[in-house]
Design a protein around this ligand. Structure first.
Ligand SMILES: Cc1cc2nc3c(=O)[nH]c(=O)nc-3n(C[C@H](O)[C@H](O)[C@H](O)COP(=O)(O)OP(=O)(O)OC[C@H]3O[C@@H](n4cnc5c(N)ncnc54)[C@H](O)[C@@H]3O)c2cc1C
Length: 458
């Protein structure tokens, strides 16, 4: 890998125009870190291309000069995924943020990669449609596809990978290709679309995407139920999913989290594991009948508190505490940093994973809160740390939980991606398949210019 030369900077400036390139320290600092505790790293230059052809041309120049290129959406990653650890070019897609076409009758939209999904959904609401994956932070479509982001609605609508049909991708050598098709059914050759989804900008840069959309549901209900144990809460998750009620969200918080929300939000959750649920339907009566069935399941499993509503305002109130839990935690711990770790397991072993997390937190004397997309077997342990020693102990907890998740048949990351933080676990999780991933990387990016230092262990 080579350093960026003045000559290359001038060629990039000529390609993009002076307003679309910056070597100013302030801009480089703004693009040096994501939202995680991973250390920042300054890129040498920040670029803002406005067309797919410009992206391809930047890659061709960088490839010829062997200079690293790290794509950037809006920097909300949680594993250092978009940090330019080898310096070089930081390629921000922020100015490629247009909706190119709404195919309303096909329930599809074609967009540029830098559009934040909440902004896109605000526009799509005019058509009664929305893009379902919902990571919470206002991430870009390119960043969501590159990380295969998921979130609270995945249990019903799937992750980013399930909601994309076709993409345009710029390859390291400057070729622009299309992968996938606007047809919902696709059986034509290798599934290259899903090779690029989740590749974290290491195989190509997404320059356009056609996404699957979902009609905005006419009616929604919310349920909050507290359980005497994690096991009972998980039994409820399995029973509710097994009943065919098809929840649109099925979220878990542990006792520590419930205690925090009781205190800060004045909600009466008890100091117990809690499930937050949401259901969507075309008819109000369907929802009401569904809620009766959910209550019966929760009662049978010994739920100590159960609240349900089909009223929109009340639904938002019930979910308010869950939606704001991260902000509340940050506010409550002004002297701490929070490491949000992410693993996922088959739902039947969720209690075993939570037990492992509890043991590790106690053994290392680390304060942590557990929150998860339980419907998908996904858990986040939010680890508090404030100095080098507490960071090391938090990392020991992280290691114990990730290792256990893989042993239990799960994965080192359910939705945040590998980035920097999960690289040490890739061999344990993938074995010989990691060599196949390396071969794929070498085929598509033989000079290793695209987001170097990510996914693969050193
Ligand atoms: C408070 C908070 C809560 C979160 N909750 C969730 C959650 O519930 N579920 C979840 O899944 N995530 C969650 N996230 C993580 C984050 O929002 C996602 O990982 C998101 O996908 C990152 O998108 P971004 O636009 O910020 O991309 P960035 O962070 O800028 O980049 C993400 C990755 O994609 C690459 N990339 C960006 N654009 C492109 C492109 N056009 N082509 C190729 N590669 C590209 C980057 O190089 C990087 O590897 C949360 C984050 C925060 C801060």
């Amino acid at each position: 890998m080579n350093r960026l030369t003045n000559d290359l900077i001038e060629r990039l400036r000529a390609l993009l125009g002076a307003d679309h390139l910056s070597v100013a320290l302030a801009e480089r600092e703004l693009h040096a870190r994501d939202q995680s505790a991973h250390p920042p790293h300054l890129p040498d230059v920040v670029l803002w291309p406005t067309t797919a052809q410009q992206v391809a041309d930047v890659l061709r120049l960088a490839n010829d000069a062997r200079v690293p290129v790290t794509p950037w959406g809006v920097g909300t990653s949680l594993e250092g995924n978009c940090v330019a650890v080898r310096g070089g070019i930081l390629l921000s897609l922020a100015r490629m943020n247009q909706i190119l076409r709404v195919h309303a009758d096909d329930f599809q939209v074609t967009v540029q990669p830098g559009i934040p999904y909440k902004d896109m959904n605000a526009e799509l609401a005019k058509y009664g449609l929305f893009f379902a994956p919902d990571p919470g932070a206002n991430a870009t479509i390119g960043g969501m596809l590159a990380n295969n982001a998921a979130g609270i609605r995945t249990v019903k609508y799937g992750a980013s990978k399930d909601n994309v049909l076709r993409m345009q991708v710029a390859l390291a050598d400057g070729r622009l290709i299309h992968v996938g098709s606007r047809s919902v059914k696709q059986s034509s050759g290798y599934d290259l679309l899903h090779v690029f989804v989740g590749s974290e900008g290491t195989l190509g840069v997404i320059t356009e995407a056609t996404l699957k959309l979902t009609p905005i549901p006419a009616y929604m209900s919310a349920v909050v139920a507290s359980f005497p144990s994690v096991e009972k809460a998980v039994e409820a998750v399995v029973a509710i999913r097994g009943s065919g009620l098809d929840p649109a969200a099925l979220e878990f918080i542990d006792e520590a989290h419930a205690r925090m929300l009781n205190h800060e939000e004045g909600v009466d959750l008890g100091e117990q594991p809690v499930l937050f649920m949401e259901f969507h339907a075309a008819y109000e009566e369907t929802l009401r009948l569904g809620l009766e069935a959910v209550q019966q399941i929760c009662d049978e499993l010994g739920a100590s508190r159960f609240r349900a509503t089909t009223d929109n305002a009340e639904r938002k109130k019930l979910w308010h505490a869950r939606h704001h839990s991260y902000e509340i935690m940050v506010r409550l711990h002004p002297n701490d940093k929070i490491y949000i770790m992410d693993v996922a397991v088959p739902i039947s072993v969720y209690p075993a994973l939570i037990a492992c997390a509890r043991e590790a937190l106690a053994a290392e004397n680390v304060k942590g809160y557990m929150i998860g997309h339980a419907g998908d077997g996904n858990v986040h342990v939010e680890l508090l740390h404030h100095d080098a020693d507490s960071y090391q102990r938090a990392m020991a907890v992280n290691r114990a939980i990730v290792t256990r998740a893989i042993e239990l048949g799960g994965t080192a990351t359910g939705e945040h991606g590998v980035g920097l933080g999960k690289r040490p676990y890739m061999a344990q999780e993938h074995g010989a398949a990691l060599d196949v991933m390396r071969a794929l990387k070498h085929t598509l990016d033989p000079n290793g210019i695209l987001n170097p230092g990510k996914i693969f262990p050193e």
